[in-house]
Design a protein around this ligand. Structure first.
Ligand code: ADP
Ligand code: ZN
Length: 651
């Protein structure tokens, strides 16, 4: 018999193989491909109108593991169509390394066995009410948003939902936006449930990945907490998907195969015909619009647990005070922080810039340090004692022969968190200080550091946006925003939404256990109206305004955007090619073509970058027309195209 076998590679269609084995859709098989062997999956359809005359090869064997559900296959087909990627590449997201997959012995799964603790937490009346509005009867596809202010107990409430659905024997997927959050989350999970969830992200070992993957397809693992890529795991009996912090733009994968994991989670739930819960304090614009249109249902938690109040705000106008040289903290702020420290409150200084200084130049020759591969400055990292490109990872040492005479004599202009931390050390010499950024927190010892912060062994934190993301620090009651800069740079249509989310999340870290808390905003910007809009307790005010702007300007979520990014070594050739590509696409696609424009960071990782932006109606016709047109254009040697559907980054 003949079978369509999809292979995890760049082809958009299955190949035909034959076999005497009885096979069903979703079975994993090993087949010859070229001179080697590959693992593939029995797909749901043969390649359409293929008249190629290949010699049909035989299937080597069927792997001894359960099949991939047909619903998963349908989802992968749709995923490929929506994001304009080959079906084979979508399948690749589901398969492990491409080597044969095996099942593991029961003993590997003992820790994951369902042993649900008896009730230990008593929900508040508000939480209880919301619980019954959630997707307890997980019968059908439905999107339900749980919108609750930071610290209102959203996690506790949906944990109760999970309990009920787990007891019915279903599998559950919880998506988190940031790997850094998983360890604290896992702890909370174990405290609540009394058993271990499977954790899935790019950082776990290959062996563990194999164990978890096999555990999921054989239904030995019931619950997975994972980053974006966990969306493609081979669940057999999925009953619910939770997207925690749904507003978080880290859900967008914008390298390699680009997709938005929040949106794809909703589609996966649709194909599985199960509910999905989106959890947030402030919904994304897309979700907010869907709530308004009544496409999504919403439940709200408006009280913080134990009636803790949200922080107060105070703006410190830096135009009115004189900062000392090489100083970024006003005397006013220092005094205020002192009184918080006296009360044993933890204090956070927030600045969204890694390293010591973003600008380094020589005072004799005035030459800057910029990246040889990217059109950006190198950032000086004092702790590592090097200069670093935050885009390609290029490193350089702080030594340079000066074209004037001798060595360059460097000036550092502007602060990063390391520099603020130095100033903080000077001002508060007896205090324990810790930097919280991806340079310090994505390491092995970050778990210990988190513990120390939670146990109030650290007095002062200096952090980047990483710290705004869902952490629960019980003693943090004072936040200083070193410089709130709300000026937009023009190229990022989501900048207002990003700022809203960032400052909302950030202030949500303070005052979580009931003590009064405060956020100080230092600023040179006189737009205090903007700050008060952003920090308003009711984010709807801001979101309504933003929705209006998006509507008037035909921006997402009212229209679909698709970025076509061309990269190449030669700037002139690239620009010409982009113009030709635009001409070629015109009249072939179901949308309007904007550009070409150079990307704001026009050179990245040694490649020049030019972008076309397609704007069109929100139907698959736009994607379909592009999928037909693009392969017909022959790009010159060395020029590469990447397609980004629903782009978030315009860098
Ligand atoms: P959110 O996810 O809304 O930010 P969490 O679920 O993390 O809030 O809850 C904030 C804190 O309050 C957590 O430490 C949580 O354990 C606690 N909490 C919330 N609701 C309850 C409850 N009903 N009983 C006991 N503790 C609760
Ligand atoms: Zn670089």
């Amino acid at each position: 018999m003949k079978f369509p076998i999809l292979l995890p590679n760049i082809f958009n269609h299955p190949f035909t193989y034959e076999s005497n084995i009885k096979l069903k859709i979703g079975d994993f098989v090993e087949v010859p491909f070229g001179k080697s062997k590959m693992i593939g999956v029995v797909w749901d359809e043969f390649e359409k109108n293929s008249n190629k005359k290949f010699k049909i090869k035989g299937i080597i064997n069927k792997l001894d593991i359960p099949n991939l559900n047909e619903k998963t296959i349908k989802f992968l087909n749709w995923f490929a169509e929506y994001n304009i990627v080959p079906k084979g590449m979508a399948l690749k997201l589901t398969l492990l390394s491409g080597k044969p997959i095996r099942l593991f012995n029961e003993k590997f799964y003992q820790d994951f066995n369902l042993k649900i603790k008896k009730d230990s937490i008593k929900l508040t009346p508000e939480q209880k009410k919301v619980l019954y509005q959630l997707n307890l009867s997980n019968k059908k596809f439905k999107v339900h948003v749980l919108q609750g202010i930071t610290g209102s107990g959203k996690t506790i409430v949906y944990f109760e939902v999970l309990k009920k659905i787990l007891m019915k024997g279903y599998q559950i997927l919880i998506l988190l936006p940031e790997i850094g959050l998983t360890s604290q989350f896992e702890k909370k999970f174990i405290e609540f449930f009394g058993f271990k969830p499977a954790i899935w992200h790019s950082g776990i070992t290959k062996k563990n990945k194999e164990i978890i993957w096999s555990g999921i397809i054989s239904e030995k693992i019931k619950i997975v907490i994972g980053a974006r890529s966990s969306l493609f795991l081979p669940f057999k009996k999925l009953g619910l998907i939770i997207v925690d912090e749904e507003h978080d733009q880290s859900y967008k994968q914008d390298e390699g195969i680009m997709y938005n994991a929040r949106d794809m989670a909703i589609s996966r739930a649709l194909f599985e015909n199960i509910p999905v819960n989106l959890i947030t304090a402030v919904p994304s614009i897309e979700t907010y619009e869907n709530i308004k249109k009544k496409k999504y249902q919403v439940s709200k938690l408006v009280k913080r647990y134990k009636d803790a109040s949200l922080p107060h705000y105070e703006i410190i106008d830096l135009n009115k005070v004189k900062l000392e040289k090489q100083s970024w903290l006003s005397n006013d702020v220092i005094q205020k922080v002192n009184s918080h420290l006296e009360k044993k409150n933890q204090v956070l200084f927030f600045l969204n810039r890694r390293g010591f200084s973003p600008n380094v130049f020589c005072k004799k020759c005035l030459n800057k340090f910029s990246c040889p591969n990217c059109s950006v400055n190198l950032v000086y990292h004092k702790n590592k004692n090097n200069l670093l490109c935050h885009y390609c990872g290029f490193k350089a040492s702080l030594n340079r022969d000066c074209i004037k005479k001798g060595n360059c004599d460097f000036i550092f202009s502007g602060p990063g968190v390391e520099r603020i931390s130095e100033e903080v050390k000077k001002k508060f010499p007896s205090k324990k200080i810790e930097i919280f950024s991806s340079d310090t927190m994505n390491k092995k010892n970050s778990k210990d550091k988190l513990e120390k912060i939670i146990n109030n062994e650290i007095d002062i934190l200096v952090g980047t946006q990483l710290i705004s993301k869902g952490f629960h620090f019980p003693n943090l009651n004072c936040i200083v925003v070193v410089d709130i800069d709300l000026s937009s740079h023009g190229h990022d249509l989501r900048i207002a939404e990003k700022n809203l989310q960032l400052y909302h999340q950030l202030s949500g870290r303070a005052g979580r256990t009931g003590k009064p808390s405060i956020v100080y905003f230092q600023t040179y910007n006189n737009n205090t109206k903007m700050i008060s809009d952003i920090t308003n307790k009711n984010p709807g005010i801001f979101l309504d305004k933003e929705i209006e702007i998006r509507k008037q300007n035909n921006l997402p979520p009212f229209q679909r955007f698709i970025s076509l990014i061309l990269t190449g070594d030669n700037e002139n050739k690239l620009e010409k090619e982009a113009s030709q590509f635009k001409l070629f696409l015109q009249n072939k696609i179901n949308g309007e073509i904007l550009g070409p424009v150079s990307a704001p960071i026009f050179r990245l990782k040694r490649k020049y970058r030019v972008r076309l932006l397609i704007r069109g109606p929100k139907t698959l016709k736009l994607q379909n027309s592009l999928a037909i047109a693009i392969p017909k254009f022959k790009f010159s040697l060395g020029i590469k195209l990447s397609v980004d559907v629903d782009p978030i980054s315009f860098n």
